[in-house]
Design a binder for this molecule. Structure first.
Ligand SMILES: Nc1nc2c(ncn2[C@@H]2O[C@H](COP(=O)(O)OP(=O)(O)OP(=O)(O)O)[C@@H](O)[C@H]2O)c(=O)[nH]1
Ligand SMILES: [Mg+2]
Length: 218
């Protein structure tokens, strides 16, 4: 794992259906303290280390999935303090990203409201990735006794904004976190294939499931 802060351009988004390397820029957004860093670190290292500090980083990570080389660039963002939600998603971030993970905590209703506003901001954006694949993630699923947002509410928001939806626990479940990143990668691939007019039946089925938000990380 290499920590880097490199601006990425859309030109580097090379990938296709052959054995070439796929590059995917993934942006994590959401209110503070919801587990953006915990999800990122879980995915990159399989570990949950408890405290992450308030550091904003772009991580690069290479992996082989189904025999294909994948290069993930993951932007673990910070929710800006003392500012309006409208300023919490920047044009630079949208221009950079191929797909977005919007994180809230199931124990924190205000963080769900932040996601509601951020997803609207992204969808309304004319520039960058307004139509990009988005996965809404309700994190801290292990804290059921403190739940303040039902799974149904999360799924409804995702359905109404053309996003996928998962509930996860970065603290307790590596597999669920892995599913989220892999699902987003698939959606990014489908979106690119759709642009090129080469989307297959699997991609169409996946898009339909995404709209109905049927998949959930246990
Ligand atoms: N119980 C539980 N705690 C979690 C989970 N994910 C993260 N946490 C805890 O929640 C706190 C915040 O996690 P972070 O990953 O730092 O959250 P963040 O969204 O990156 O926060 P900022 O970077 O400050 O915006 C930490 O104390 C984590 O240990 C989870 O799934 N379950
Ligand atoms: Mg963080």
């Amino acid at each position: 794992m290499v920590v880097q802060v490199k601006p990425s351009s859309n030109n580097s988004k090379t990938m296709d259906s052959n054995q070439q390397k796929t590059e995917a820029n993934i942006l994590l957004l959401g209110a503070e303290n919801v587990g953006k860093s915990a999800l990122t670190v879980r995915f990159l290292t399989r570990r949950f280390i408890g405290e992450y500090g308030d550091i904003e980083s772009i991580y690069s990570h290479s992996d082989k999935i189904d025999g294909r080389e994948i290069s993930f660039n993951i932007w673990d963002s910070l929710y800006p303090q003392d500012s309006e939600t409208a300023e919490s998603v920047t044009e630079k971030q949208l221009h950079w990203s191929d797909g977005v993970i919007l994180v809230y905590s199931i124990c924190d209703r205000s963080s769900f409201e932040v996601v509601r506003q951020q997803v609207q901001l992204i969808r309304q954006s004319k520039k960058g990735s307004g139509g990009a694949p988005i996965i809404i993630v309700g994190n801290k699923r292990d804290l059921q006794h403190q739940r303040a947002v039902s799974g149904e509410e999360g799924r409804l928001l995702a359905m109404s904004t053309d996003c996928s939806f998962f509930e996860t626990s970065a603290a307790e479940n590596y597999h669920g976190v892995l599913l989220v990143f892999h699902e987003l990668l698939e959606l990014i691939r489908d979106a690119r294939a759709l642009k090129k007019g080469t989307v297959g039946i699997k991609g169409i089925v996946r898009s339909v499931s995404a709209v109905f938000g049927r998949r959930r990380a246990e």
